[in-house]
Ligand binder design. Structure first.
Ligand SMILES: [Zn+2]
Ligand SMILES: [Zn+2]
Length: 296
């Protein structure tokens, strides 16, 4: 089964503008299957939502280093207790110390919005051990997800990390803060999500699939099926309106191996690509990304 969820959301328990119950209701009403409430340095738990939407405990472990100028934020997903942020001095040391704390609290670690305040990039990430996820797309306007002159995008940072041989899975998240005023300057829900292939809709099953990389991430494109064979990968993309779709199959160092238009892009591995992942864009600008398949 495929389950849709968002793993980065704020409520009034930190700097979000809606109570946890209201936030949960928004996601429930928009057909999400699971949600992580990830308030800053607070583990927000509410009871009574176990029917159509499950809540996976989480927290945005939020450290500031270098006199408060540089935010180093990591999500702890599936943690069993609150994790206090650690300022360990440098960027790499702080990322690593907080990854370790999250794992000690029983969770998996996501490296959040590297380009927020241009805090860190692949040169730091390749030195980190134990992180499971990296935010390639973050919907909060402060995230600088697309990069720019002299700055790598989240997707370019991800390729550079993958090209080093380090496996970290990409995600898209809302990082939502604002639930009543919908505007491009606001951090609204519904901008980025993951779709997880899991046995059942339970915290454990979802987290197991995140660890195994059995999911894709999206800002608006639905993928109906991903057929990963020994020698090929093929997608089935859902048609929305009269949009047209283009898929790039991307390998080591971000090299575009092949571009395929249409709803059924397929790529045959030659074996020397390092890894292969698919990145699809629609004619309205929405996107979807699969996880990399590493080739020996
Ligand atoms: Zn953050
Ligand atoms: Zn956040």
């Amino acid at each position: 089964m495929w389950y849709k969820g968002n793993v980065h959301t704020h409520t009034t328990k930190s700097d979000g503008d809606a109570d946890p119950e209201v936030v949960v209701e928004w996601y429930k009403n928009h057909d999400y299957d699971f949600l992580v409430l990830s308030d800053h340095n607070h583990r927000t738990i509410i009871d009574g939502y176990s029917d159509s939407l499950i809540l996976i405990p989480g927290e945005e472990v939020s450290a500031r280093i270098l006199g408060g100028d540089i935010p180093i934020h990591l999500n702890g997903i599936g943690i069993s207790r609150v994790v206090e942020p650690i300022d360990a001095g440098g960027v790499v040391e702080t990322l690593q110390a907080n990854v370790d704390s999250i794992i000690q609290a029983g969770g998996i670690a996501s490296l959040n919005h590297p380009n927020a305040s241009w805090a860190y990039d692949h040169r730091d990430i390749v030195q980190i051990q134990g992180a499971t996820l990296l935010e390639v797309y973050n919907g909060w306007p402060g995230s600088n997800s697309e990069g720019g002159p002299g700055k790598y995008s989240g997707e370019e940072i991800w390729d550079k990390v993958l090209s080093s041989g380090k496996i970290i899975y990409g995600i898209a998240v809302d990082d939502a803060h604002h639930y009543s005023d919908f505007n491009h300057t606001m951090a609204n829900p519904g901008r980025g999500w993951i779709v997880v292939n899991a046995e059942t809709l339970s915290s454990k099953s979802i987290i197991d699939s995140l660890i195994a990389g059995k999911f894709y991430f999206s800002t608006g494109i639905d993928i109906e099926d991903i057929s990963l064979q020994e020698h090929s990968i093929e997608l089935v993309i859902s048609q929305h309106r009269d949009y047209i779709y283009n898929t790039k199959f991307i390998g080591k160092d971000g090299e575009v191996l092949k571009e395929v238009p249409g709803l059924n892009p397929k790529y045959e591995f030659s074996g020397d690509e390092g890894y292969v992942r698919a990145s699809t864009k629609s004619s309205i600008g929405t996107r979807a990304w699969t996880q990399p398949r590493f080739l020996k």
